[in-house]
Design a protein around this ligand. Structure first.
Ligand SMILES: Nc1ncnc2c1ncn2[C@@H]1O[C@H](COP(=O)(O)OP(=O)(O)OP(=O)(O)O)[C@@H](O)[C@H]1O
Length: 589
């Protein structure tokens, strides 16, 4: 039995037998750990995995709790219907809040969640029909198929069934196509957009999932307590939920549950112990808890979960049969041979007063490799960003496959069949090479959040992983497939980026300094691969400083300097061009 299975078996036995045999106080801790854990799971997804933070999730707990308390007591609705009301209400509020703030970078989301966290507390406290600060009492208990969850011991089963379901669903989600896209939210947004991930949509999805989990916790809370008042949904609780996720290990789903358990137990112990120690009561546990949390995060910045499972953790490895056996994904029809696929006409990009690209025109055909050369700061990477939609053009047009794309988002351009690599490698270092390359195939899968969470997309997921595996074999990194991308030397990481771009099945490939950091043999292998892609009909635009690599490989060259195009022609013409020699080649010798 693996340590993970052993751990789960122990937990299941504890949850099955515990409520019958443990003292009431321990059962209460178990219940609250589950309730808080549910919120913390959402916050782990939002914070540790999605790279966003919210201080106001206690207010979403309040939405779930108040929705069910009000509608069950005032209208006699079944708790199962009011669960739906709470979920929909929290989803709508999160959608609106997220829609207003998630597009903005920086502190807008945390600030808006603080405002939201404060507002529910005051609104609920001042509305008579919600009972004001006295709250709503006589909330009914929940029944399911004739079984009444009418006391704490029985309720444990319901709470933990929901928690375990949430863990399974979120973990399924994270190991899917949509999950890989979610993982890009932290540190990989520009790259993910270029692979076709709609980042603003993904942010809202994660925010709404975390809000819904909080609302479900609120629903459970209201029917466990049979009473609600505004106090447990205030800002201080919102901050404590965040603490739980961070203490447990905000990047880990089980870590969130562990964090909830640790904070709940510590609080109970401190509430008992501190008054005896100090000789008077007061909320001193809050202070001690805060100090303990700071010390703990000093010692374990990643939280406690990685310390607990660290040496047992194993990399998730797709079975070789999966990688070989899955049927290939559909391929896009390539444009006809020799057709012009990219036309840049007088493209200009200004950063304030600086003209990074000024009036530059170029074309790329299918079955052609075009090099974009120029000294440092010439504007090559900016040009790549204009073509791939990372930056909008200030003026001029960029047409891809006949369509003007100068104002399109990067993920829309990726969908048309353009893929790219980056000058500064953009991989997710904590994912395997296989998972990183699979991000490139994002648009070739279709499963959404629900299908992914329920693992109904296994066939498609196998196909995506098999495709990623094929592209890794193609670029010669078979032996590294299951290694963490961050553990590879920089040259190999660049090659992984090429495999990722190829996994998108593009007809135009943009490569930003692909040969940088490669050894001689590796450069030869890369040249061979690019020749093969050209022969297959792909168009390639590359920026490269290695002249030997470029001159023997490419069909045409465009040279830039200070944002302007200074020359265009065949490699031999460029090598003999006096303007280029003076401006660029001469200077690099
Ligand atoms: N986001 C930005 N904001 C302001 N200036 C920028 C930005 N991006 C690039 N620049 C400026 O635009 C000019 C062109 O930069 P760019 O990175 O495109 O050059 P490059 O040819 O790719 O150079 P290198 O080979 O060193 O990467 C430089 O002066 C750079 O400082």
């Amino acid at each position: 039995m693996t340590p993970a299975r052993f751990g789960i078996a122990v937990l299941l036995i504890l949850l099955l037998v515990g409520p019958q045999v443990l003292p009431e106080s321990i059962v209460t801790i178990l219940n609250y750990t589950g309730l808080y854990g549910l919120v913390a799971i959402g916050l782990a997804l939002l914070t540790g995995i999605g790279g966003m933070s919210s201080f106001g999730h206690a207010a979403f707990v309040g939405v779930g709790a108040y929705a069910t308390s009000y509608f069950t007591t005032a209208f006699g609705l079944s708790p199962w219907i009011t669960l739906l009301i709470g979920v929909v209400a929290s989803w709508m509020i999160a959608f609106a809040l997220g829609g207003l703030t998630l597009r903005l970078a920086g502190h807008y989301l945390p600030l808006s969640t603080i405002a939201w966290g404060l507002s529910l507390f005051f609104v609920a406290g001042n509305l008579d029909f919600l009972g004001g600060h006295t709250g709503i009492s006589n909330v009914p208990y929940i029944s399911l198929f004739g079984f009444d969850f009418d006391n704490g011991r029985r309720f444990t089963y319901l709470i933990w069934a929901v928690v375990l379901a949430a863990v399974v669903l979120v973990q399924n989600l994270l190991s899917s196509r949509e999950g890989r896209a979610i993982r890009c939210l932290k540190g990989g947004r520009v790259m993910a957009e270029s692979m076709g991930v709609n980042i603003p949509r993904m942010k809202i999805v994660v925010f709404t999932i975390s809000a819904v989990l909080a609302a479900v916790s609120g629903w459970l809370y209201a029917h466990l307590q049979r009473f609600v008042s505004p106090t447990p949904f205030g800002l201080d609780y919102g901050i404590e939920y965040l603490f739980m996720a961070v203490v447990g290990g905000a990047g880990y789903v089980w870590g969130a549950v562990l964090g909830a358990g640790i904070i709940t137990v510590l609080r109970e112990l401190l509430v008992d112990f501190l008054p005896k120690l100090i000789g008077q009561s007061g909320n001193y546990e809050v202070i001690v808890l805060s100090i303990l949390t700071i010390v703990l995060l000093q010692r374990a910045p990643e939280g406690i979960w990685p310390l607990v499972v660290g040496r047992f953790a194993r990399q998730r490895v797709a079975a070789p049969s999966t990688l070989r056996g899955a049927p290939p994904l559909e391929r896009r029809a390539l444009p006809s041979a020799g057709e012009t696929i990219l036309e840049v006409d007088a493209a200009t990009k200004k950063f304030g007063g600086l003209v990074a690209v000024g009036d530059v025109s170029l074309t790329v055909r299918t079955g052609e490799i075009l090099a974009l050369l120029g000294p440092n700061g010439a504007g090559k990477s900016t040009m790549f960003n204009l073509i791939s939609g990372v930056l909008p053009v200030t003026s001029g047009t960029v047409r891809f496959l006949g369509q003007a794309i100068g104002k399109l988002e990067a993920h829309d351009i990726a969908r048309l069949g353009m893929s790219r690599t980056f000058q500064h490698v953009k991989l997710l270092p904590h994912l395997t090479v296989l998972e990183n390359v699979a991000i490139g195939a994002h648009l070739r899968g279709h499963a959404g959040i629900l299908r992914s969470s329920l693992h109904l997309e296994r066939r498609e997921e196998d196909q995506l992983l098999a495709e990623a595996s094929r592209q890794i074999d193609r670029v010669g990194l078979t032996a590294n497939k299951h290694l963490l991308a961050g553990s590879l030397p920089l040259g190999d990481q660049r090659i992984v980026e090429i495999a990722r771009a190829l996994a998108a099945d593009p007809c135009l490939l943009l490569l930003d300094e692909p040969a940088a950091g490669l050894r001689f043999k590796e450069k030869e292998a890369l040249s061979d691969l690019l020749r093969k892609l050209r022969a297959e009909g792909m168009g390639v635009l590359l920026v490269e400083h290695d002249m030997d690599f470029v001159m023997g490989l490419v069909d045409r060259i465009v040279v830039m300097e200070f944002g302007q195009k200074i020359a265009e022609g065949l490699p031999a013409e460029i090598q003999a061009n006096p303007v280029v020699l003076e401006a660029y080649l001469g200077s690099v010798e």
